[in-house]
Every structure is written in C-alpha cells, then in structure tokens.
Design a protein around this ligand. Sequence first.
Ligand code: ZN
Ligand code: ZN
Length: 169
Amino acid sequence: MTDLDAVRARATELLREHLGDGSWTFAFDHAKTRAGQCDFARRRITVSRHLAARFSDDDVEQVLLHEVAHALSGARAGHGPTWRRTAARLGYTGSRLHDGPIASELAPWVGTCPAGHEHFRYRTPTRPLACARCGRRFDERNVIAWQRRATPTATADLRNRVEGAPVTR
Ligand SMILES: [Zn+2]
Ligand SMILES: [Zn+2]
C-alpha cells in the first residue's frame, strides 16, 4: 500500500526539480485501467488514485518518472528517442507497467464497447468495429463507440489493458 499523501509529495518534488517554473501541477485521477497520464494542454500530470493505493512505492515512482519525462519531452516526442533519453536520465527503467501496446497511449481515437473495454486507433475508424474481447466474430451488440481525444495526452498503461484487435465486419 502506498500512502497517497506521499505520492503527492513526491510528485510535487519531482515537478519542482525538473519543471521548476511552477506551471506544471499534479493531481490524482480516477482511472482504473491506466496508471498515469500527462496532459500537455493543462500542463498537469495525474496518477490513478485507485492504482497508486495498490502499487508499491517503486512502481509509483516509475509511473511518476514516466509522466515527468513526457512533460519534459513534449507531446510530439511520444515514446521516441527524446522521451526515452529523458526518461532514462530521470531513472525510469521501463518497468512492467509499460509493457503494453504503447500506441494506445497517444492514439487520438479512443473507443469503448458496451462492456467498457477500451480500444485505440490512430486513424478515424470508418467501418463499424466490434470488441474482440466480447466476441471473436462481429456482433452488433459489441460495436465500439469512438471518440476523438480533445488534447494530446500520454498515459502509462497497465499490461492488463492489452486487448485483441477489434473485429471488422
Ligand atoms: Zn468488449
Ligand atoms: Zn508514456
């Protein structure tokens, strides 16, 4: 169990150390399927309240370093060489928290099936897609509803978010 106050204190410390002009802030969010997020438009990094409470201190530290590296590298860096260099310099080791499909983090299209499974796309989805976790064949009942993300964000995904590719009709 990790103390949320300790997470907040550590996040504040990291932001002050690496993004010292005070324009970046930290907050907890309520995500259940990702550990952290970097919101470039609002200049804010967030960590899941639910997951922070279950993670070890070391895991939380890794999530924070991952997101601070995004904040330092900028949205366009994605998880490319600039971000990787920055993250490594901060002490990010690329832990098990980040084995998932990295693409999902920065994909502009986010879809949800009626059961709540999340899917990600870089291009505008043009055909109806059904959730592959809900069924192996196309089924209207499992059709994914897509939304375009308003701002570029980056998130540290959990491995358990990995899903099969959506099913095309
Ligand atoms: Zn589903
Ligand atoms: Zn990331």
